[in-house]
Design a protein around this ligand. Structure first.
Ligand SMILES: NC(=O)c1ccc[n+]([C@@H]2O[C@H](COP(=O)([O-])OP(=O)(O)OC[C@H]3O[C@@H](n4cnc5c(N)ncnc54)[C@H](O)[C@@H]3O)[C@@H](O)[C@H]2O)c1
Length: 374
């Protein structure tokens, strides 16, 4: 099958989509701007219609690059692209990265993969395939084009960590047969492929291990802990906390993460990673619930549910390498990030921001416990 024949290029014209406007939560903040382009390049962003990918597309355009966004909208939504769809230099390609891709670009960000447990566990075989076959396809493309390729890996490669905080030198503690393995082991295998393509074929690779990231444009239905609690609080439901709520997470605002990804792409060829990108300030899930209740002015309470299998008990990145190599550290604290995210979901719930109501309509996904990712 000639996959090129099946690729549907979408010229990015606002009048085609009816999606005008920009995201008010996404004005670049002083001191938090993405790196400027030294020369105009064309970047492929797989998974560009997702939560993180859509901000990355936006920031690459802000930095005067061209963007080819590739997505099959498995979990992403076209609404996420409303601020970029009409911009010059932006192109959208509807394509599944488990099929080879024949395009011409100067660099690749590989973000395509369902990221929330509710999504990635709904079709675990497909999740592994996206991670592994998708990695093979973007690496093959990078090899052919002689361009750098960045992999959006995850703190899930550390599993339920026996070492705290997690540095890149830690090999992890992952259950290879549990319900999270399709994602955790899929991402681990993708990292292996990246390093083998680097050693065997000299491909320039950049592996980012992303820790829990939140912000506007998360799907209201995908069960990630921040969006889940905010939506529950704004709709008057009790907030779900798994276990005793004493498990910890470190929450990174999406603008900070995207800046880190762009800085990593700009590093010289010998910088391969893996490199942790996340906020090292640690909160318990219980702390988060109370912050959300306070900030939303909700009268809701916390509802405790059994801890799902293999849910990590502690998560905090050691970002010494990111500080040293990239000069990067998060700049948006949890309070400021939550305020922006709450304002976004408030608009979504009042109908002012369209979101695709995809998960709730799929009965099989509802059987999966709502969890937090990475
Ligand atoms: N958000 C986080 O906290 C976090 C943490 C660790 C790692 N990551 C990684 O960052 C990346 C982006 O995460 P996100 O939070 O934006 O998730 P997301 O689900 O919002 O975005 C993923 C995007 O990939 C697309 N996609 C999935 N399968 C595809 C396929 N086969 N072909 C083409 N497109 C496909 C989806 O439609 C979606 O637009 C993922 O690779 C994820 O594993 C995210």
């Amino acid at each position: 099958m000639n996959t090129e024949m099946n690729l549907r290029f979408t010229e990015s014209k606002a009048r085609d989509t009816g999606l005008p406007g920009t995201d008010p939560e996404h004005e670049p903040k002083a001191g938090n701007e993405p790196p400027r382009a030294s020369r105009r390049r064309r970047f492929l962003v797989t998974g560009g219609g997702g939560f993180v990918g859509s901000f990355l597309c936006e920031r690459l355009l802000d930095a005067e690059h061209d963007v080819l966004c590739v997505d099959n909208f498995l979990t992403g939504q076209i609404e996420n692209l409303k601020s970029v769809i009409a911009r010059p230099g932006f192109r959208l390609l509807h394509h599944d990265i488990t099929h080879p891709l024949h395009v011409e670009v100067d660099g690749i960000f590989n973000l395509a993969c369902p990221a929330s447990p509710v999504h990635y566990q709904s079709d675990p075989i497909r999740t592994t395939k996206i991670n592994v076959q998708g990695a093979l396809n973007v690496l093959g493309l990078a090899k052919r084009l002689h361009v750098p390729v960045l992999q959006a890996s995850t703190s899930e490669v550390y599993g339920d960590p026996a070492v705290h905080p997690q540095a890149e030198s830690y090999w992890g503690h992952v259950n290879p047969t549990g319900p999270r393995a399709c994602y955790d082991e899929g991402k681990r295998c993708a990292e292996t492929l990246f390093f083998d393509y680097h050693r065997q074929h000299g491909v320039s690779i950049k592996v980012a291990r992303i820790f829990n990231t939140y912000g506007p444009r998360m799907s209201q239905h995908d069960g990630r802990v921040v969006s889940n609690m905010i939506v529950q609080a704004l709709t008057g439901q009790d907030l779900t906390v798994y276990g005793d709520g004493q498990q910890t997470r470190s929450f990174c605002y999406v603008d900070d993460l995207v800046r880190g990804l762009m800085l990593l792409m700009e590093t010289p060829g010998h910088v391969t990673g893996p490199i942790n990108l996340g906020n090292p300030v640690e909160f318990t899930v219980h702390d988060l619930a109370h912050k959300v209740i306070k900030k939303t002015g909700s009268r809701c309470r916390v509802r405790f549910m059994p801890l799902p299998q293999d849910d990590p008990t502690r998560r905090r990145p050691d970002i010494a390498q990111a500080r040293e190599i990239l000069g990067w550290q998060p700049m948006v604290g949890l309070d400021a990030g939550l305020d922006r995210t709450i304002r976004y979901f408030d608009r979504v719930l009042k109908g002012g921001e369209p979101q695709r109501g995809d998960v709730a309509s799929k009965a099989s996904w509802l059987a999966v416990p709502l969890l937090d990712t990475a």
